[in-house]
Design a protein around this ligand. Sequence first.
Ligand SMILES: [Zn+2]
Length: 182
Amino acid sequence: MNNNKLIKCYGCKAEIKNMDGPKHAYIGSDSGCWDVFCGVLAKEYTEYNELWQTHRLTVDTYAAQHPGNPGRREIQSVFIHLTRLYLQIERGLDGKRANAAMLNISRFKSQYVWLDPVPDFTGTININDVAMARDISEHKHFVELWAKSVWQAWSRHHETIKYFVEHNKIMQPVRREFVHGK
Ligand SMILES: [Zn+2]
């Protein structure tokens, strides 16, 4: 295989190295893209030493930009990550509270659906853009732009996600936590 040749990731359409390597079991990315993503995660864990400022948003955005094919795990993954993007982008929850709101989400799993059609992410911000950040403030800025870009690409399905969150009162445990000041 020619490792110098760039190809387009079949998920996010980023230009990536054509390489053999590990891939996630159901997040639909090519190995070259997954490799860049793992580098970004490594920076979050070590250099930036932060778990809650952007990490949740990074993972949700990456998964939402790589929906893969409609199988059971993919349906669940895409629906959950998009729901958490909604909570963070449209409802202003930080990563920690968005995470807390989702802890018991599996009781609603019968409502998860495959969101068809999935977007063509050509022209959206991708992991290559995020990987260019030189410090944590650039990183945070790029991740936020990327998340909004990916969320926007899913605009056809915003109403479905919004209905799921509001109808099931997903944010209620988080509101209780605010009131009791934990
Ligand atoms: Zn990709």
